[in-house]
Design a protein around this ligand. Structure first.
Ligand SMILES: [Zn+2]
Length: 237
């Protein structure tokens, strides 16, 4: 089955809800790295597990393909994406373009109530940073991404919010793949500094801090690993 953006999949509203729920479950499993990059996502198996038709599964997989979390190959089916170092860099280049705009839009709309919500969120992030183990690390990656999504929500542009949703999902996958062990995904107290600048109404500082922050996240990745080679290429076979 070849899934392309042109695939004609007609489903009703109820099926669409089911597809959305499957997409959400698979997305969480991919971003949390419970499903490793390269894992095959068999339509039949997913359909059986969620008790839905293949059409609904295809629809869910198509959504994940648009988001870059799944790759589909003609006659081979769907697989969890395995982003190359190049793709990883493109994700962060896109964030550098979009997030300063989100920060300045958020600066215009942020309320005292929002700031309170952000502070509570930052406390949660700090808690995960002090915990050890894979589950805490996954929770930390998720909480770090949520900070950026919260900012996009405050910015009040639904389209930008959707872009950020995709970019954060792709970033989480990249961080899980290329992040150096023990290095926090959004460390350096950057989030707190961005928030302080927003609270002080200093838009240019907040924007500058966000750009530095994105640079920090990228610098914490080890993109030399594997260099995008396949096993066969790496072994010179
Ligand atoms: Zn961050």
């Amino acid at each position: 089955m070849n899934i392309t953006p042109n695939s004609q999949l007609t489903i009703d509203a109820n099926q669409e809800d089911r597809a959305q729920a499957i997409r959400d479950s698979l997305r969480d499993a991919i971003v949390d790295r419970r499903l490793a990059p390269g894992t095959k996502l068999s339509e039949a198996e997913v359909g059986t597990l969620f008790d839905v038709s293949r059409t609904v599964v295809r629809y869910a997989l198509q959504m994940l393909t648009f988001e870059g979390l799944v790759k589909t190959e003609r006659n081979r089916g769907a697989f969890v994406s395995n982003p190359t170092p190049d793709e990883a860099q493109q994700v962060f280049a896109s964030r550098r373009l979009i997030e300063p705009g989100i920060v300045s839009a958020a600066a215009e709309r942020i309320t005292a109530e929002d700031i309170k919500g952000f502070r509570t969120h930052l406390e949660e992030e700090e808690r995960y940073k002090t915990e050890r183990g894979a589950a805490a690390r996954r929770a930390e990656i998720k909480a770090s991404g949520d900070f950026h999504l919260m900012l996009a929500r405050v910015a009040g542009n639904a389209i930008l919010e959707k872009f950020m949703d995709e970019l954060v999902a792709r970033s989480s996958l990249v961080i899980a793949l290329y992040g150096r062990t023990g290095v926090s995904s959004c460390g350096h107290d950057d989030h707190a500094r961005v928030l302080d600048a927003l609270e002080a109404g200093d838009v240019s500082l907040a924007t500058e801090l966000m750009l530095h922050h994105i640079g920090h996240i990228e610098a914490d990745l080890d993109l030399r690993v594997g260099d995008g080679l396949t096993l066969k290429q790496a072994l010179n076979l």
